[in-house]
Design a protein around this ligand. Structure first.
Ligand SMILES: *Cc1c(COP(=O)(O)O)cnc(C)c1O
Length: 375
C-alpha cells in the first residue's frame, strides 16, 4: 500500500530534540525556536518571523494584528482550508468568498475589487499547492483601498513570486509546519511580519498578552498584562524537530521536486490526449512541489479513479468542500459574484501521494496506474 502522506523525517531530528531536552529549556522561545525564526527571516527577507503552534494560530494572530473586528469583512477564496476563514470569523468578521481561477485554483485577482465594500478590512489570498496568487495585482488593489493583505502561505514555504518568498509579500504571512506540509514539527506554523512596528504587538499577542519577550531581552524589569492575547508559541521540542528539516531544506525540496517532475512527465501523454489536466505554474511563480494534483472530467470520474487506485494499493485524496457550501460558511460568510469554478473544480481535482521518501519506482507505479485507468 502506498499511503497518501508520510511525515517528513530527515534523520537529525532526534539529536536536536535531545539537545533541546539537555538545554533544560523545552518551553517556547528556546534555542531551536530562535534558530527556526532566524532561518525563516534569512530565507524570506521578512522583517520578523515568529514560530507558532500552527498556521491556524498564525492566521489568528494576523487577524488580531490587522484589527479585524465585528462587522468587518475579509475577502478570501471559498476553495481553501477552514482556518483561512475561521481566523477572521473568530474576531466577529464576515468571510466574503470570491471565485478561483481555473488554472491555478487560486483566488481570481480580477474579481476582488468588485467584492470590496466600506466594511472590507483585508484580503487573504491562499497560495494553493505552493503556487503563488497574482500578488502584484492583489497588493495594488489593497494599497488603493487601504486594506491589509494576509497571505495564507501554509503550503508555500520555499515558493516564490517574481523571486520574492511567499508569505513575505503581504502585511502578514502564515506558514504551516503540520505533518502534511513540506517541512514539519508535527503541529506548528509561523507568522511572518513585514512591518517592524508590528513586532512588539505580535510578541505580546503570542505570549498570552504579556510583554514577557521584552522582559527576557532585559528591556523591561518586570512583565505584565499589556493586551488581549493567547498562547501561540510552540514547545522548543517541536522546534528542534523542525530545525533539523529546515537545515536540510534543499534536500527535501529537491526530492519533492523530483517526484513532481516525474509525475508531470509521465502523465503528460494523458493530458495531451485530453483525459486529464495537469497543474499550471505561471512563469513568474517558483513552486515548492507541495502537491501534485490532476483534474479529471467530473465527480463521477474522480470517484471511479480513486476506487481504481485504491484497488491497486494507492491512496489518492481530494479536498476541499467549498467553504460557502458548508454549514458554517453559510452562517458566517457569503459568496460574492458567480461560482463558476470553485465548486466545479473542487469536484474534479485529485491529489496523488507526494512525500519526502516516496521512491521513484513508487511514483512510476502510481503514474502507470493512473494511465492504465484510461486504457
Ligand atoms: C494546512 C493548511 C492550513 C492549516 O495549517 P495548520 O498548521 O494545520 O493550522 C491553513 N491553510 C491552508 C491552505 C493549509 O493547507
Amino acid at each position: 500500500m502506498i499511503p497518501f502522506n508520510i511525515p517528513p523525517f530527515i534523520g537529525t531530528e532526534e539529536t536536536y530534540m535531545k539537545k533541546a531536552i539537555m538545554n533544560r529549556k523545552i518551553c517556547g522561545d528556546g534555542e531551536f525556536t530562535k534558530k527556526c525564526n532566524a532561518w525563516i527571516e534569512e530565507h524570506t527577507g521578512t522583517a520578523k518571523a515568529l514560530l507558532t503552534t500552527s498556521c491556524t494560530h498564525a492566521t489568528e494572530m494576523a487577524a488580531f494584528l490587522a484589527d479585524i473586528g465585528p462587522g468587518d469583512e475579509v475577502i478570501l477564496p471559498s476553495f481553501t482550508f477552514v482556518s483561512t476563514a475561521n481566523a477572521f470569523v473568530l474576531r466577529g468578521a464576515a468571510a466574503v468568498f470570491v471565485d478561483i481561477r481555473p488554472d491555478t485554483l487560486n483566488i481570481d485577482e480580477k474579481l476582488i475589487e468588485d467584492a470590496i465594500t466600506p466594511r472590507t478590512k483585508a484580503i487573504a489570498p491562499v497560495h494553493y499547492a505552493g503556487v503563488s496568487c497574482e500578488m502584484d495585482t492583489i497588493m495594488e488593489i489593497a494599497g488603493r483601498h487601504h486594506l491589509k493583505v494576509i497571505e495564507d502561505a501554509a503550503q508555500g514555504v520555499m515558493s516564490t513570486y517574481k523571486g520574492r518568498a511567499l508569505g513575505a509579500i503581504g502585511d502578514y504571512g502564515c506558514y504551516s509546519f503540520h505533518e502534511t506540509k513540506n517541512f514539519s514539527m508535527g503541529e506548528g506554523g509561523a507568522l511572518l511580519i513585514r512591518n517592524p512596528e508590528d513586532v512588539l504587538r505580535a510578541e505580546i499577542i503570542r505570549e498570552k498578552g504579556t510583554n514577557r519577550s521584552q522582559f527576557f531581552r532585559g528591556e523591561v524589569d518586570k512583565y505584565t498584562w499589556m493586551a488581549p492575547g493567547s498562547s501561540y508559541l510552540p514547545s522548543d521540542l517541536n522546534a528542534a524537530y523542525l530545525y533539523a528539516q529546515l537545515e536540510q531544506a534543499d534536500t527535501i525540496f529537491d526530492a519533492r521536486m523530483n517526484i513532481w517532475n516525474r509525475y508531470y512527465r509521465e502523465l503528460l501523454p494523458l493530458a495531451e490526449k485530453g483525459c486529464l489536466e495537469l497543474p499550471t505554474v505561471p512563469e513568474e511563480c517558483g513552486h515548492n512541489a507541495h502537491m501534485f494534483y490532476v483534474k479529471v472530467k467530473d465527480l463521477d470520474e474522480r470517484e471511479r479513479l480513486i476506487a481504481y487506485l485504491r484497488k491497486n494499493g494507492i491512496y489518492a485524496v481530494f479536498h476541499y468542500v467549498p467553504l460557502h457550501s458548508s454549514p458554517a460558511g453559510k452562517q458566517y460568510g457569503r459568496f460574492h459574484g458567480e461560482d463558476r469554478y470553485t465548486t466545479a473544480e473542487s469536484e474534479r481535482m485529485l491529489r496523488l501521494p507526494l512525500y519526502y521518501g516516496l521512491k521513484d519506482e513508487e511514483a512510476d507505479y502510481i503514474a502507470e496506474k493512473v494511465t492504465s485507468f484510461w486504457k
